[in-house]
Design a protein around this ligand. Structure first.
Ligand code: G6P
Length: 518
């Protein structure tokens, strides 16, 4: 890729200095109102300093009470950054960003007496997070534990419904920087509170961001500008860790890129892979990016540096800021508003309607052992998968969406590499409903070239959502059905595989996909 024209354009528009000065006009008149209240992330690392002492104190108070196990309930921007931070620094944190009853039951059955739950939601209205809060409150009550409110820490925006609920609960309430959107909030209370309570030295992350911030107005030596130009040149960006020690940044960057750019029929598809040797890391029309490692490039005949792969090096605090800036630069080059997510609510509305009216009656086209096959073409699992892969168009991609237990059904994730080996097209993998808060925006608002493999599973034991007329299993099924409706409305090819026995069903799909590659 030769990104020199894009870089020149950004510099000619004085973009680095204007972004550093939070100029809300950068993305055009339609984006201006939103941008005016969404640029706090540019220097939020400075304001977040005030959290350092408060969180240190709160952690020791909680520990004095014996609350040493930290659970984080939060979706998308309210959990992806703390997950990267704590995994990178090897600090234990249980992240709940699921409606899978098995996964939630496992989190509830472990060491409740010593558990503090951080409930994080910017809007304060996210159904998954609210359901987790209810389930933990109920479980604490059922265990006869004292001071239940004191076992919760709430992170939310000032004035959200969750702020009021948190105060009623008697929980510690920490208000976040309201001028920062969820996916840009890594260095606000959303990223920092759960991380600090779990034991991370957050001052170090803030120092890393502050040091990096010194480069952001530079026109020559500006890594974020280089990354932004590279992202904007791509239809697909693959992201792989490469020896930096940073764990899982791709999942965080995936949300940032997909929700920020995947709209108005445009966008960059992020594909997260395990490493530079994963299938599909390189490919036609793909910009491969490693977190760590070294860039691969050569000089073109006109003397420009043409990059075959981009490497982003630097400590985690700097990475967050660099990717955020790069995404905002890419948004300007592509011509979209990087701060809204216009297509996220549709699936949520479908889910609510289904919870009220009941799940649609659907009959499988056929059943093969532990796998019920819905929709698609073919009369065997192998042929149904083959025709789905065959339906991927020239600039298309395949998205696997697994509404399963990220922990208990972890082998399902292996399907990404297997499918990527069976097609030259990009293949993404997302756990549902987690991906609805991330790549979901791209799938429904972006280039509309995806074909979709939805995997759902039987729930042997459901768990009630306290105070609601449904259980987590019903909610999960309604989320999957609601998203199917949204994709069907766009006439996207979709195959649903329902596992009546999860482990056996995953093994069957793995075996069938291996057949495809032959
Ligand atoms: O933090 P919350 O308000 O609960 O939002 C969690 C997530 O919800 C939605 O899906 C948005 O599209 C995401 O950007 C956001 O991160």
């Amino acid at each position: 890729m030769d990104t020199s024209a894009s870089r020149a354009q950004l510099i000619a528009d004085d973009t680095p200095a204007r972004l550093a000065a939070k100029d809300s006009t950068l993305w055009g008149p339609a984006a201006e109102a939103e941008a005016a209240v969404r640029l706090g992330w540019v220097d939020t690392h400075e304001r977040s300093r005030e959290l350092v002492a408060r969180l240190r104190e709160l952690r020791s108070t909680l520990r004095e009470k014996g609350l040493t196990r930290v659970v984080l309930a939060g979706m998308g921007g309210s959990s992806l950054a703390p997950e990267v931070i704590t995994r990178t620094l090897d600090v234990p944190l249980t992240v709940l960003d699921t409606t899978d009853p098995g996964q939630i039951l496992a989190a509830l059955s472990n060491d409740l007496e010593n558990t503090v739950v951080v409930v994080s939601s910017k809007s304060g209205g996210t159904v998954e997070t609210d359901s987790h809060r209810r389930a933990f409150w109920q479980a604490f009550e059922d265990h006869g534990l004292p001071d239940i409110g004191g076992r919760f820490v709430i992170v939310t925006d000032p004035g959200s419904p969750l702020e009021a609920t948190g105060r009623e609960m008697g929980a510690e309430v920490i208000l976040a920087d309201p001028d920062v959107g969820g996916r840009y909030s890594a260095l606000t209370a959303f990223g920092l509170v759960p991380s600090a309570l779990a034991g991370v030295d957050i001052a170090e992350l803030l120092d890393q961001a502050a040091e990096f911030a010194e480069s952001i107005t530079d026109e020559k030596d500006n890594p974020a500008l280089a990354l932004g130009a590279a992202l904007a040149s791509a239809k697909t960006v693959t992201i792989a860790p490469d020896g930096s020690g940073i764990v899982g940044l791709g999942d965080w960057a995936e949300q940032l890129i997909a929700e920020s750019t995947g709209k108005d029929g445009l966008g960059i598809l992020p594909v997260v892979v395990d490493g530079p040797s994963s299938p599909g890391f390189n490919g036609e029309g793909v910009v491969p990016v490693t977190v760590g490692g070294s860039a691969v490039g050569h000089l073109s005949t006109s003397g420009h540096l043409e990059l075959a792969a981009v490497a982003v090096n630097g400590p985690l605090g700097a990475q967050f800021l660099a990717w955020e800036l790069a995404t905002a630069y890419a948004g300007k080059l592509i011509g979209i508003d990087p701060f809204n997510q216009p297509n996220v609510t549709e699936s949520k509305n479908n889910t609510n309607a289904i919870l009220e009216g009941g799940l649609p009656a659907e009959e499988p086209s056929f059943t093969e052992d532990a796998v019920e096959v819905y929709g698609g073409e073919g009369d065997t699992l192998v042929s149904a998968l083959r025709s789905l892969v065959g339906a991927i168009g020239d600039e298309g991609y395949l998205a696997v969406m697994a509404y399963l237990d990220r922990v208990g059904d972890a082998p399902a994730e292996g399907l990404r590499d297997l499918l990527a080996a069976a097609t030259p097209a990009p293949v993404t993998f997302g756990w549902g409903p987690r991906f609805l808060h991330s790549t979901g925006q791209f799938h429904k608002g972006g280039r509309l070239t995806g074909v979709f493999l939805q995997i759902t599973g039987a729930t042997p034991e459901d768990l009630d959502v306290p105070g609601k007329p449904y259980g987590f299993g019903e909610l999960q099924a309604a989320q999957a059905a609601g998203d199917r409706q949204a994709l069907n409305k766009r006439s996207r090819p979709l195959l649903r595989l329902h596992l009546t026995d999860r482990a056996a069903g995953i093994a069957q799909i793995v075996a069938a996909v291996k057949e495809l590659a032959k």
